[in-house]
Write a protein that binds this ligand. Structure first.
Ligand SMILES: [Zn+2]
Length: 186
């Protein structure tokens, strides 16, 4: 394969927005223009996700309020799922709800047991506007639900309750990056 076909290889790593940054809590807008700028955004998102060793990244995590996410994520059988979705819609989230470890590039170094459905289907389009349907199970289903939440202005900590939520927010407040949110990327 030619190097230029590797996602993100021509992209630029952009600064990540962290918990507390308003970009993460505003719902993103539908993409209406499918141009080079959108293609560059997706490339930059792959590059940023790989640089941060993440398995998924939503556009608002780099401060772009558009409904786009990228992923390179294993499922529970260690099959790799790689791709991007523009204007994704979570059309199915069902099966048993499983509480499993979940982290986020916007809360670096932290993880919490978060409940998610074991099966998810997301429809959307590619960067060129071609329709796609992505089906996930296990950890990949978790990833799809996590990224869709981002585009609606949600974070996994919003899915936590009680002691788990208090623990997660306390850990975030004590994290080395706490208080830097909002300054990132400027
Ligand atoms: Zn995230």
């Amino acid at each position: 394969m030619r190097p230029r076909t590797i996602p993100g290889s021509s992209g630029h790593v952009r600064p990540l927005r962290l918990l507390g940054d308003p970009a993460l809590t505003e719902p993103c807008q539908e993409v209406t223009v499918f141009d080079d700028e959108l293609a560059r955004l997706v490339e930059d998102m792959y590059a940023t996700m790989y640089a941060a060793q993440g398995v998924g990244l939503a556009a608002n995590q780099i401060g772009v309020p558009l409904r786009v996410f990228v992923y390179d994520c294993p499922d529970d059988e260690d099959h790799r799922h790689l791709g991007h979705l523009v204007n994704p819609r979570l059309v199915e989230a069902d099966g048993p709800v499983i509480r499993g470890p979940e982290g986020c590039l916007s809360l670096p170094g932290l993880e919490a047991g978060t409940p998610r459905h074991d099966h998810a289907v997301v429809t959307g389009v590619t960067v060129t506007g071609a329709p796609v349907t992505v089906t996930g199970a296990g950890f990949f289903a978790r990833c799809l639900q996590h990224e869709c939440d981002h585009l609606d202005g949600g974070l996994y900590v919003d899915r936590l309750t009680g002691l788990r939520r208090r623990r997660a927010l306390r850990a975030a407040a004590k994290a080395p990056w706490a208080g830097t949110a909002g300054a990132a990327g400027r």
